[in-house]
Design a protein around this ligand. Sequence first.
Ligand code: SAM
Length: 266
Amino acid sequence: MHIARTVLTPFVSTKQLDAISQFYWNLRAHIARFADDIRLSGTFLSDTSLPMSTLSRLWFIIRCLYISLRLESPHSQQEILAFTRMILLAPPGVIVEAGCFKGSSTAKFSLIAKRLNRTLVVFDSFQGIPENREDHKRDFSGNPICFAGGSYAGTIEEVVTNVGRYGRADACRFVRGWFEDTMPTFKEPIAAAYLDVDLVSSTQTCLKYLYPLLTSGGFLASQDGHLPLVVNVLVDWQKENDVTFTGLGTQKLVWLCKPRNNPFAL
Ligand SMILES: C[S@@+](CC[C@H](N)C(=O)[O-])C[C@H]1O[C@@H](n2cnc3c(N)ncnc32)[C@H](O)[C@@H]1O
C-alpha cells in the first residue's frame, strides 16, 4: 500500500488517497475473515459424530456463509458452528437465543431448530441495547468498547423478515421486551441457550432466569467472553454454581454443560 500511495500521490488528493487506503484495509480484513471462516468450517464438516449427514453439514455451512454475506453478522462462522454442535448434541427442550440484532445468528440457528423439530425462543428488546453506565473500556484484544443505549437495534419486523428469508421463521418464537421483564415468566425446559447480550446487567439477568431452566446435560454459551467485565460475572457464576465455562479468558465464545443431577455418579 505504501508503494501504491507513492505512485498515486501526484494524481489524487490526500482525501482520496485516505479513502482508497481505507477501502484496501477493509477489503483485506474481509478476505482474511472469509478465509478463516472457510478453514474453520472444515472442522465441522469432518465431524462425523454429529447426527447430520456430511452433505447436510456442507449445505448448512454454505447457507451460513451466504447469510453472513447478506446480513450484518457480529459473530464468526466458528462461533455459529460451535453452538450448532451444542444444539445437535443437546438433551430435549427448547433452544434459546438472547440477543438477535438483525437476525443473522437467529436465521442460522433456526435452520437447525427446524431440522430437529425444536422451537427457537428468541428474546430481544428489538430496540437495541438498554441505556446503561457500564464502562467496558477495551476488549481482550485491546479494541475500544462502547455499548451505547440503542446500539445493535433491529426491529421485530426486520428480524422476522430476515429470518423468514434466510432461515426458518416457523421454528421461532419471538419474545419482545427487556430481559428483566420477559424472562421471569418464561418457564420452559431449555436444551441449549446462546447469550449474545454485551452488557454485564443483561448477562446477569439471563443467567439468573435461564440457567435454572437448563436441562441436565444442556448447554449454555456466552458470545461475550472477550469482554473483561462480562468475564468477571462468569467467573463469579462459576464459583457460586460449581460449574466451569470452557474457554473463559481465552476465547469469545465460552460455554458450559450443566452437570447431570445424578447422586450416584462417581
Ligand atoms: C450483539 S447483538 C446480538 C447479535 C446477534 N446474536 C448476531 O450475532 O447477529 C446484542 C443484542 O442484545 C439485545 N439486548 C441486550 N441487552 C438486552 C436486554 N436487557 N433486554 C433485551 N435485549 C437486550 C440487543 O437488543 C441486541 O439485539
